[in-house]
Design a protein around this ligand. Structure first.
Ligand SMILES: Nc1nc2c(ncn2[C@@H]2O[C@H](COP(=O)(O)OP(=O)(O)OP(=O)(O)O)[C@@H](O)[C@H]2O)c(=O)[nH]1
Length: 370
């Protein structure tokens, strides 16, 4: 992925090819004045053939370089500067034989500068335009040679002066557009980053990094709808850390936070990618197990209890352990999510009553689909 943007490399290359095709379209269009010149005997046929061969070879070369990803080796994989220089050389060549129609070709140079605004800075565009003005001036003795007696120095100088006045101006304008584009892209990237942060904040618990209650309830709602339409059943497991108040009281609030974070970090790797662990409140966590029977949920809880029994907590005594009481409920058809959680909460209450560090299953009286 290119830094600062959201597009994958392939999409960037496709965009570059699209831009190249735009410039190819310009070549095709400029074949029209070439043809008219040829038809009217203003420029010789070999100029048109040379122009066409040059255009085909260079554009094919640029196309292959981008298509094969060879251009990714360059700082600018669009090869904007190279494309522009190639086009400028071609225009300067064809205008040599354009006679009185020379002005029409000079317009193309202006359009080439506008193309540069996709990638180049104002300074690069200005340097390129000054070099073009100089190169154009240097072609004048050749034009004189080709045109012989028809050469009108005054007309040529007027053309050169107006061209020299406008081209730098177009470059500055193009550069400003380019800068504006870059700023827009940077602020877009920033916006994406902020959006990602906001999404993270809206769906995750800040302390433990697991999902938050709101997001979990949303996911439960989706799963309920899916199950009611004929999907497999699911379970929820409500965890409550035992005697957590004592952790805060004996070791301080920061140690309590560490316990919550470590608890979540211990459970997460034990889950399938489709399971959801969320912080339900204070020291309560809700585990949502889609496509899971009560029996499978019990296996999962046992795995978690075993892992917890061996978990050490940073900054706390080596023999310090945390246990949890768990209430497990399996969803039954058409049940409301609040009702389902209430059943798991009642089961959790029984687990506390029955001595903690254990799980209790919520009884059910209605059919369960799994
Ligand atoms: N460190 C820390 N403590 C929290 C956080 N949220 C809630 N608590 C504490 O969690 C404790 C919950 O205590 P109780 O509800 O009495 O339950 P308990 O001590 O775990 O006892 P049982 O649930 O009956 O086993 C309270 O002391 C809260 O202050 C948190 O984000 N960080």
């Amino acid at each position: 992925m290119t830094p600062g943007t959201a597009l994958p490399v392939d999409s960037h290359q496709q965009l570059r090819i699209r831009r190249l095709l735009m410039s190819v379209a310009m070549y095709v269009l400029s074949a029209v004045p070439q043809g008219v010149s040829l038809y009217n005997g203003i420029s010789p046929a070999w100029v048109m053939y040379t122009w066409a061969a040059y255009a085909v070879v260079f554009n094919l070369g640029f196309y292959l370089a981008i298509r094969s990803n060879f251009s990714l080796r360059f700082r600018d994989p669009s090869m904007t500067m190279a494309q522009m220089v190639a086009a400028i050389i071609l225009v300067l060549f064809t205008q040599l034989y354009a006679g009185e129609a020379r002005g029409a070709y000079l317009v193309v140079l202006v359009i080439i500068m506008v193309f540069g605004c996709f990638k180049l800075h104002t300074r690069q565009l200005l340097i390129l335009s000054l070099l073009t003005i100089l190169a154009y001036a240097l072609t004048m003795p050749l034009v004189r040679e080709i045109e012989g007696e028809r050469f009108n120095l005054a007309v040529e100088v007027i053309l050169w002066c107006s061209f020299s006045a406008f081209l730098p101006f177009i470059s500055i304008l193009g550069g400003s557009i380019s800068d504006l584009r870059k700023k827009l892209m940077a602020s877009n990237a920033q916006l994406q980053e902020v959006l990602q942060q906001v999404t993270e904040l809206a769906t995750h618990d800040e302390l433990t990094g697991v999902y938050n209650r709101r997001y979990l309830l949303e996911m439960l709602g989706h799963e309920k709808n899916r199950t009611d339409r004929g999907g497999g059943g699911f379970c929820v497991c409500l965890f409550d850390l035992d005697h957590f108040k004592r952790v805060n009281d004996n070791y301080g609030h920061a140690a309590g936070d560490t316990v919550l974070k470590t608890f979540a970090a211990t459970i997460e790797p034990l889950l399938r990618s489709t399971d959801f662990l969320a912080r339900y409140g204070g020291e309560e966590f809700l585990l949502f197990l889609p496509q899971t029977s009560l029996e499978m949920a019990q296996h999962c809880i046992k795995r978690i209890q075993e892992a917890l029994a061996g978990t050490r907590f940073e900054g706390l005594p080596p023999d310090f352990r945390v246990t949890a009481s768990i209430g497990v409920a399996q969803y039954y058809l058409q049940e409301g999510i609040p009702g389902l959680i209430e059943r798991s909460d009642k089961a959790l209450y029984r687990a506390k009553q029955n001595g903690r560090n254990r799980m209790e299953l919520a009884p059910f009286t209605r059919p369960i689909l799994i």
